[in-house]
Design a protein around this ligand. Structure first.
Ligand SMILES: [Zn+2]
Length: 336
């Protein structure tokens, strides 16, 4: 059973996607943003490919995708996927990397060889080892004891060639292609037959994991040393992405391709929430979305039923609902 799904991309990937649409292609940081976006998008695609083998696990279990927890020493750690069963749990680190990947145990690095270049990447085996230590601390500090933790590195790119020296036992024991993942999981569960957790304890752990999860949502503009004026402002056309939609007859109209939309403002405000801030005034949003009319902006904001503080021109609207996984917005604005 999937307790925490991966149907919606992680917030950091959403931030990178939004930034890649808002930053002009001639900007000096554009290449860096696109590279990072593609890397995280590939990672997310890799994580999604775990859904299929997970569907066929026979034993009782709970699956959490993209969990980010604070361990006992006040640091965050993140796991691509976690499988929890009454007998043990398994941490999965997912790698969606093309080319030949070589697990180098001596320098603890992953060497990626492509047609004409070699790149050194962080060693996934060291990464899962650290995650296991963090999760073990987390279990103890939350008063869950004696839960065996196993680790698996899943290679999801079907074209990648996996290599490791024959003496590298960790690579041979823990690295698996996604096609063979189900067999690997069954093998691990077969080795852990003794029940360590009651149903009540399992329910408590599930609740604690969900309660203590925090999405990674950094101040992305600061991360790339960008200013708000570096971005293309305006409401983006859902068809051609041009950012100059104007309001006419109760709809947003694209100046470039004539596409109309009733909801294009929602994506625009979400971009603001992802890139600029988690709350905003009417004036700040008008500047970002290039909406001249204060009253139109007011109608949009009222229509979205956002939590608000302050009064008059200092009124701040919370944009937190735009960052929430389950929030559904009203789709239309009353124009009169
Ligand atoms: Zn358009």
């Amino acid at each position: 059973m999937i307790v925490k799904t991966n149907t919606i991309p992680p917030l950091f990937l959403q931030q990178l996607e939004s930034l890649s649409h808002r930053l002009p292609p001639h900007h000096e940081k554009y290449g860096e943003v696109i590279r990072k976006y593609r890397m995280h998008a590939a990672g997310y695609a890799g994580e999604k490919s775990l859904l299929y083998p997970f569907r066929y696990i026979n034993s009782p279990h709970a699956i959490f995708f993209d969990l980010r927890l604070r361990d006992s020493i006040q640091h965050y750690f993140q796991m691509d996927a976690l499988l929890l069963t009454p007998t043990c749990c398994i941490i999965f680190e997912v790698k969606n990397i093309s080319g030949t990947i070589y697990f180098d145990p001596h320098f603890q690095q992953l060497i990626r060889k492509d047609t004409n270049q070699e790149t050194s990447l962080p060693d996934p085996l060291s990464q899962v080892k650290r995650q296991k230590q963090h999760l073990s601390h987390w279990f103890i500090s939350n008063h869950f004891y004696h839960i065996p933790i196993e680790t698996v590195v899943v290679v999801t790119n079907q074209s990648s060639v996996i290599q490791a020296p024959s003496t590298h036992n960790d690579a041979y024991n823990q690295v698996v292609r996604v096609e063979n993942l189900l067999g690997k999981i069954e093998g691990i569960l077969g080795r852990h037959q003794e029940k360590k957790l009651s149903n009540k304890q399992l329910t408590n752990i599930k609740k604690s994991l969900l309660d203590q999860h925090t999405d990674y949502c950094p101040t992305i503009m600061k991360m790339f040393h960008l200013k708000e004026d570096d971005l293309c402002k305006g409401i983006a056309c859902p068809q051609c992405h041009h950012k100059s939609m104007y309001r006419k007859n109760g709809k947003w109209n694209c100046i470039k391709c004539d596409t109309t939309s009733k909801t294009a403002h929602v994506a625009g405000i979400k971009d603001y929430a992802l890139l600029i801030g988690h709350s905003a005034t009417n004036a700040a949003l008008r500047d970002f979305l290039k909406i001249e009319s204060r009253h139109l902006m007011l109608r949009i904001l009222h229509g979205l039923h956002l939590p608000q503080t302050g009064a008059q021109k200092n009124r701040m609207y919370s944009l937190a609902p735009f960052l929430s996984r389950n929030h559904e917005f009203p789709r239309t604005i009353r124009d009169s």
